[in-house]
Design a protein around this ligand. Structure first.
Ligand SMILES: Nc1ncnc2c1ncn2[C@@H]1O[C@H](COP(=O)(O)OP(=O)(O)OP(=O)(O)O)[C@@H](O)[C@H]1O
Ligand SMILES: [Mg+2]
Length: 230
């Protein structure tokens, strides 16, 4: 069983969207998935409530750090995806100090926009809280307008050049209005009816991110019939 947590010191950067979408991708590919809502705001639980029985996974609320620490015991799942709260300080404390000093997740995804005001505190938290623990992580740039992709890649290169140990996902999640529509309807961008171009692009972004994140924890998804990335 593998655990991927999604957390960031910034709010509204796509943590819940990332956790829910990756969990659904894994579940639709046939993995047994538990989606854990570690945020007292319960956005993931809200989403699951709207989605109802349509979702092929289990959902569980565990905002108590002690409960998060014990997640690894639930071995009837192949994958757990944990949506962490967006606290400014100690965003990762609960999950990192989990199991007798052993971090709970196998991988921590850290969404941020490419804007310097978001990126700086994220760099700091990763440097101070994750790198010293050797915590496997991927910083994921999200909500990036297509026109700003070159700028986002430049920002990423600057951080990598500094050589402090930050790791980034290759995939950059682009900004599309379709995400709000998906949330309102308890869906993900994978399930928007009508196959609109922006939904397909959003889906392609998250499938690419899923491939990277799952590979990092040694999960290879069986090929699905939904291969509209080309
Ligand atoms: N790539 C994207 N492009 C455009 N909008 C997005 C994108 N990802 C998420 N959103 C929208 O941005 C809002 C915030 O996303 P989300 O709830 O996933 O962020 P969060 O980091 O979990 O927020 P919080 O800190 O409140 O928990 C939602 O309305 C969501 O639909
Ligand atoms: Mg959230």
């Amino acid at each position: 069983m593998k655990i991927i947590a999604v957390g960031s010191p910034k709010g509204g950067v796509g943590k819940t969207t990332t956790a829910v979408t990756l969990a659904v991708i894994a579940a639709q590919a046939g993995l047994r998935v538990l989606l854990v809502d570690g945020d007292a705001n319960a956005s993931t639980m809200d989403w699951a409530g709207t989605a109802g029985d349509e979702i092929p996974l289990d959902v569980y609320a565990a905002s108590d750090p002690h409960e998060l620490a014990k997640l690894r015991a639930a071995d009837e799942y192949d994958l757990m995806v944990v949506d962490l709260p967006g606290a400014r300080v100690g965003a990762f404390e609960a999950i990192l100090s989990g199991d007798g000093g052993r971090p709970v997740p196998d991988l921590l995804l850290v969404p941020t926009t490419h804007e310097i005001l978001d990126l700086r505190p994220v760099m700091r938290v990763v440097r101070d809280e994750l790198i010293p623990l050797d915590m496997a992580h991927l910083i994921v740039m999200t909500n990036v307008p297509t026109a700003a992709l070159p700028q986002a890649r430049r920002q990423r290169a600057l951080v990598l050049d500094a050589g402090a140990g930050h790791r980034f996902a290759d995939t950059i999640i682009r900004d599309y209005k379709i995400y709000n529509e998906a949330v309102e309807n308890g869906m993900t961008v994978l399930d928007i009816p009508g196959r609109r171009p922006s939904a397909r692009k959003a889906e392609a972004d998250y499938r690419a991110l899923a491939t990277e994140a799952f590979a990092a924890v040694d999960i290879t998804l069986p090929a699905t019939e939904e291969t509209d990335r080309g």
